[in-house]
Design a protein. Structure first.
Length: 162
């Protein structure tokens, strides 16, 4: 089947088998390796991307379901050479250890901040609860999201990129 999607602002068309998972489409067909593939059961969340600005676990979402939709991967958070505050927060607060869960955590963290710019610690923990980190104990992940909340994208920078 032919699939046309917009990935990080770029429209792409590819032929895919109907059973191709979105995570494999992103990683294998588009050669974008930021989205990690962890479990194939939607338990870990390492594969989280946005489809039409909503977080989805791409290991249980078919590429054909994304036809005509907009997909944002962790690579798409960066704009014009400037890292998103969520990406900076993970760097500043050491929100990763092995890094495997990091892309998915960044995607759900950014989605949370887009809906709730000033979440409490409890709201952050609830917001990331569908994603598993096997290394850190979540303390630094939560701190990274809090850091991003305290350092939002400046409206001046947003206007320049618009």
């Amino acid at each position: 089947m032919q699939v046309t999607v917009t990935v990080n602002g770029q429209e792409v068309t590819r032929d895919v088998e109907p059973r191709t998972l979105l995570v494999h489409f992103i990683r294998d067909d588009l050669l974008m390796r930021g989205t990690h593939w962890g479990c194939d059961t939607s338990n870990c969340g390492a594969c989280t991307v946005w489809v039409d600005d909503e977080p989805v676990k791409s290991c249980t979402y078919l590429a054909v379901q994304a036809d005509g939709k907009s997909i944002t991967t962790v690579e798409g958070l960066e704009k014009n050479g400037e890292l998103d505050p969520i990406q900076k927060g993970f760097m500043e607060c050491h929100g990763l250890q092995c890094g495997y869960c990091t892309p998915g955590m960044m995607m759900v963290g950014r989605a949370l901040l887009d809906k709730n710019p000033h979440p409490s610690e409890a709201e952050i923990r609830e917001g990331i609860s569908g994603n598993i980190c096997r290394c850190t104990g979540y303390k630094n992940i939560v701190a990274s999201i809090q850091w991003a909340a305290e350092h939002p994208v400046s409206t001046e920078a947003s206007e320049v990129t618009a």
